[in-house]
Design a protein around this ligand. Structure first.
Ligand code: GRF
Length: 197
């Protein structure tokens, strides 16, 4: 059984699906940390009886903030860290410390459309397909090796909001499935690749 820490900044719908899936999964969410006050995800976690912590980033250097995250995760004996709508860039030091144990979900078919404004850019480019990716986190933003992906069609009349909602729906089954693979040691980060066993 692996202890999981989830970092969030907002509504936490992906956190919600990780919580729902843990009943029959080889992991337990030991701690949810938000860098923003009043994040919807904090209430979801508290309702589920999961420990929560608010660690504000304002007025702190990236290194100081990340050291606080690291200390909280270690105190909770976390084995795997999931980023779920966490809107802060992590320092290289933090990423290296948690390398192979740090995963993220991104709402595009990586390596396409890293960064922000994903759905707007997908629509502007006239793509027929988009999707979501769960990947190991490496220092370069959204560039880590992919563990799992799911695709959705892009419809001609889509707005960024309708496309985001379609992608979010597949995120909700993708993230628990990918976390299960990591928790069961069925995939690991090795020399910059996601290696499956
Ligand atoms: C998701 O679209 C995720 O892919 C992205 O941020 C969003 C978070 O949504 N990284 P939620 O807070 O899990 O509802």
């Amino acid at each position: 059984m692996k202890n999981v820490g989830v970092l969030i900044s907002g509504r936490g719908s992906n956190l919600g699906t990780l919580i729902a899936a843990q009943k029959h999964a080889p992991y337990r969410i030991a701690l949810v940390i938000s860098n923003t006050e009043g994040a919807g995800g904090l209430a979801r976690a508290a309702e589920a009886g999961i420990a929560t912590q608010m660690i504000p980033h304002k007025g702190k250097s990236r290194e100081v903030f990340d050291a606080e995250l690291d200390a909280a995760l270690r105190a909770a004996e976390v084995d795997i860290v999931c980023l779920a709508g966490f809107m802060r860039i992590l320092s290289d030091g933090f990423v290296r410390t948690w390398e192979g144990k740090l995963i993220n979900i991104h709402p595009s078919l990586l390596p396409a459309y890293k960064g922000t404004r994903v759905h707007e850019r997908v629509l502007e480019a006239g793509e027929a397909q988009s999707g979501a990716s769960v990947h190991f986190v490496v220092p370069e933003l959204d560039a880590g090796p992919v563990i799992a992906q799911a695709s959705v069609p892009v419809h001609p009349n889509d707005s960024p909001e309708t496309l985001a909602a379609r992608v979010l729906e597949v995120e909700h089954s993708l993230y628990p499935a990918a976390l299960r693979l990591v928790a069961e040691d069925k995939v690991r980060l090795e020399k910059g690749l996601a290696v499956f066993t």
